[in-house]
Write a protein that binds this ligand. Structure first.
Ligand code: IPE
Ligand code: IPE
Ligand code: MG
Length: 235
């Protein structure tokens, strides 16, 4: 495990490969999502233990609605299970937030999300952002619309809008930029995740399928990250 100062401040994690994990075992895709949800809990706990300050996990994208209804229903059920479990990270000092357009979900889910965010708001350990109905383009568009609306009524001068102002309009307002994007499952793409925040992130791709991802995988990824030379356009 690298020293604390070599850990990323903010990790973006694309939890991919559940379907292929299930297929390999002759199981329905929903079994893969269930296994993935278990891995999610384990890895969040681990990130908190080792002192990662911010973790954003991609759980459901704005594009994932195009999947078969049964699969979407299964994922929403897992979300409900997570929200119903009041003991989630209760004693672990984790602050849970949701990023994405949650207004599309049923009101009971929205209520539980608000509750979950409220009870953990004062926690000082890991900040966990769970991305559901999240899309990077969607997020950027919403920010642009809000700023444009303020400019239109004279609350802002367009030419004075800074990158920081823009960041403040995103779901991750107040959080540091993403240092590291991790994607298991062998795919090497961003799939509309954290487009703005990951502008200078390091990318680490693994062939491991998400349900098989464990603490040892995370250790290896963090070692690799610590060995990278980040330059941010300098020399
Ligand atoms: C990621 O696993 C979970 C979600 C996108 C909700 P997938 O379901 O995409 O798994 P693969 O990529 O089909 O294996
Ligand atoms: C990205 O995975 C979204 C999540 C992990 C939630 P996808 O499986 O949806 O991405 P693509 O379709 O392979 O790009
Ligand atoms: Mg996938």
């Amino acid at each position: 495990m690298p020293e604390q100062h070599l850990l990323p401040r903010h990790i973006g994690l694309i939890m991919d490969g559940n379907g292929r994990w299930a297929k390999k075992r002759g199981l329905p895709r929903k079994a893969g999502h269930k296994a993935g949800a278990k891995t999610f809990k384990k890895i969040v706990r681990y990130c908190n233990q080792i002192g990662v300050p911010y973790l954003t996990v991609y759980a459901f994208s704005t594009e994932n609605w195009s999947r078969p209804q049964e699969e979407v229903d299964g994922i929403i059920r897992l979300l409900r299970d997570f929200l119903a479990d009041a003991s989630n990270y209760r004693d672990e000092n984790i602050r849970t937030r949701f990023v994405g357009d949650i207004s599309v979900f049923d009101s009971d889910i929205q209520r539980k999300i608000a509750e979950c965010e409220e009870v953990s708001a004062s926690h000082t350990g890991l900040t966990l952002n769970i991305a559901i109905n999240y899309g990077g383009r969607d997020e950027i568009l919403c920010a642009a619309r809000r700023l444009a609306a303020e400019a239109a009524v004279g609350k802002r001068l367009p030419e004075t809008i800074t990158a920081e102002d823009f960041s403040e309009q995103l779901y991750t307002a107040g959080e540091p930029d993403v240092d590291l994007i991790i994607r298991p499952s062998g795919e090497q793409r961003l799939s509309n995740f954290l487009l703005w925040q990951a502008a200078y992130a390091e990318y680490i791709f693994l062939d491991t399928l998400w349900p098989d991802f464990d603490e040892a995988c995370m250790d290896r990824v963090l070692e690799e990250y610590a060995s990278r030379n980040r330059r941010f356009g300098g020399v």
